[in-house]
Design a protein around this ligand. Structure first.
Ligand code: ADP
Ligand code: SF4
Ligand code: MG
Length: 324
């Protein structure tokens, strides 16, 4: 894990996304240093995919506010589509949840990777083919030459996701967005693919935003964690602090769910996120919070530093009126 503070590669400021009357994301702010891996954690519907998709500028039919400064590229949210086309795949790449539907069923996986390499890096056919075989080898595809001529449906889910990783890394992006890339896979393969993506990202000096719903996996694999609840950041900080010195009651619930896995069939905290039409105007977690105070439902808690004493980490923040 990394301790040094380096240059930010991405500074996301006050990202809000509206769909009709619903505020799907509410002033999400986070930054990512060069070479750093950051996990976005939270239940289904928290807005994790919306953040990744907004950064790729692939959100349809939503109103987006805020800024996302990427070093050397400018504000991703303000670039023209033409400028984004130049960035996608080259400096900024995304691995989607379901490799099966992200790959084109009509072309061999080798051809899909070669096309990306030729289009973005201007390689000759022979150069692209040999680079493609190298990439397939680096992501652990057995018989990489033979697999070049396979169609997606001829590969297992794990192999398809390895192909997606190879395609996403093909042009050595500076920032990789991985949106629950293992959730469609068998549990035994999941950890392998997560490790593969992070090892490949680190070895290239790239940064990664990893969307996960599992706090334990996030803390084992990423430098920092941002916990989202109903479209808002409720806690953020170095992985160890979030796991061991969390202050937000929701982070505590996520953690206790993790601890209970294996003994109980529980994967999410009790209760459900209120629909957007019934979201409390104050703390969005108020309807489920065991520590709620009278002020919580009416007054939104701001993010504040968790630093307790001189030795506390500077970059650990939480939003709560009655923290743990
Ligand atoms: N295309 C869409 N149209 C309408 N609402 C959407 C759409 N995509 C996502 N949402 C809503 O936005 C919220 C955040 O979704 P999402 O970012 O997919 O969450 P997560 O990835 O954390 O599960 C949810 O309330 C979801 O219902
Ligand atoms: S602000 Fe209040 S309702 Fe929200 S998490 Fe803190 S104690 Fe719970
Ligand atoms: Mg999602």
């Amino acid at each position: 894990m990394k301790d040094m503070v380096t240059q930010p590669i991405l500074s996301l400021r006050d990202l809000s996304v509206h769909r009709g009357a619903a505020k799907i994301l509410d002033r999400v702010t986070l930054s990512l240093a060069e070479g750093e891996t950051l996990a976005l954690v939270g239940e289904s519907g928290a807005g994790k995919s919306t953040i990744a998709t907004a950064l790729m500028r692939l959100l349809d039919g939503a109103k987006v506010e805020g800024s996302a400064e990427m070093t050397g590229a400018g504000d991703l949210l303000a670039l023209s589509e033409r400028q984004m086309v130049k960035l996608r795949g080259r400096r900024l790449s995304m691995i989607f949840q379901d490799a099966g539907s992200a790959l084109n069923p009509s072309y061999t996986v080798g051809r899909q990777l070669i096309t990306v390499l030729r289009r973005n890096l201007g390689l000759s056919k022979a150069e692209a083919r040999s680079r493609a075989i190298e990439l397939f080898t680096s992501v652990g595809i057995n018989d990489p030459e033979g697999r070049m001529s396979a169609y997606p449906h001829q590969l297992s889910g794990g192999m398809q996701q390895r192909v997606m990783v190879a395609i996403a890394l093909a042009c050595n992006p500076d920032l990789l967005l991985a949106d629950e890339p293992t959730s469609a896979l068998d549990v035994t393969i999941q950890a392998q693919i997560v490790r593969l993506i992070l090892a490949q990202t680190k070895s290239r000096g790239a940064s990664c935003i990893f969307v996960l719903h599992d706090l334990a996996l996030a803390s084992q694999s990423c430098d920092r964690i941002v916990v989202l609840y109903a479209g808002q950041v409720v806690e953020a900080g170095p992985s160890r602090d979030i796991l061991e010195r969390h202050r937000h009651p929701y982070t505590k619930q996520l953690k206790s769910c993790v601890l209970e896995i294996g003994t109980k069939d529980i994967t999410a905290p009790e209760g459900t996120v209120p629909p957007h039409s019934e979201m409390p105007v104050g703390c969005r977690f108020a309807t489920r919070c065991p520590r709620a105070l009278p002020r919580c439902a009416g007054e939104a808690p701001p993010l504040q530093p968790a630093r307790a004493g001189a030795d506390g980490p500077l970059d650990h923040h939480f939003a709560c009126w009655n923290p743990e």
